[in-house]
Design a protein around this ligand. Structure first.
Ligand code: HEM
Length: 150
């Protein structure tokens, strides 16, 4: 049972990291040929569906691992790091990156920004948000692998 939970947890973390890299490399490289409106709606759809599911699975399986463990508890450092990363990443997406993406999509839709400017902004935005999300999740992953605090 524990083996299945750890496998689900690690697979979801791998999907979060791999999916993050794959989607941003794909969307940045295809932004020009797809057009900014399409690329922005793809980005929003991937963000909501794929990352919502991956992060939710990491969090739920992580909680289940703690609840069924005799060796780790809510006060163990790597568990605290995992929880903090989930909360910080969600806050960053909800308060900074999500609204910024919506604003850019609205500007591109209304035509108040040119296609070239919107593409530039999208590339910059994608780069910054990918680096920020990956830095957080890789830090959490490292803290789990070295069992920080044990
Ligand atoms: C934030 C992103 C997270 C990532 C990338 C991540 C990744 C990982 C990985 C790769 C392992 C396996 C480590 C190894 O066996 O060497 C692991 C183990 C573990 N994780 Fe996470 N995790 C995350 C969040 C969480 C959260 C939020 C919790 C708890 C609420 C949690 C609880 C655990 C526990 C208890 C283990 C040990 C499982 C065992 O007994 O082998 N993780 N995590």
């Amino acid at each position: 049972m524990r083996g299945i939970l750890v496998t689900i947890h690690v697979l979801a973390a791998a999907a979060w990291i791999g999916g993050g890299l794959f989607s941003s490399v794909s969307l940045i490289s295809l932004a020009k040929s797809l057009g900014v409106k399409t690329v922005l709606s793809l980005d929003q759809a991937v963000g909501n569906r794929f990352f919502g599911a991956a992060v939710g699975t990491v969090a739920l399986s992580g909680v289940a691992l703690v609840l069924t463990s005799d060796s780790y508890g809510w006060g163990t450092t790597f568990v605290l790091v995992g929880l903090a990363v989930i909360v910080l990443d969600g806050a960053l997406e909800g308060a900074v990156f999500g609204p910024r993406l919506k604003k850019l999509a609205a500007a591109a839709e209304s035509g108040s920004t040119s296609e070239v400017d919107a593409l530039d902004e999208f590339r910059r935005f994608s780069l910054v948000s990918t680096v920020a999300h990956l830095a957080l999740v890789v830090f959490a992953l490292w803290s789990m692998v070295v069992r920080l605090g044990l």
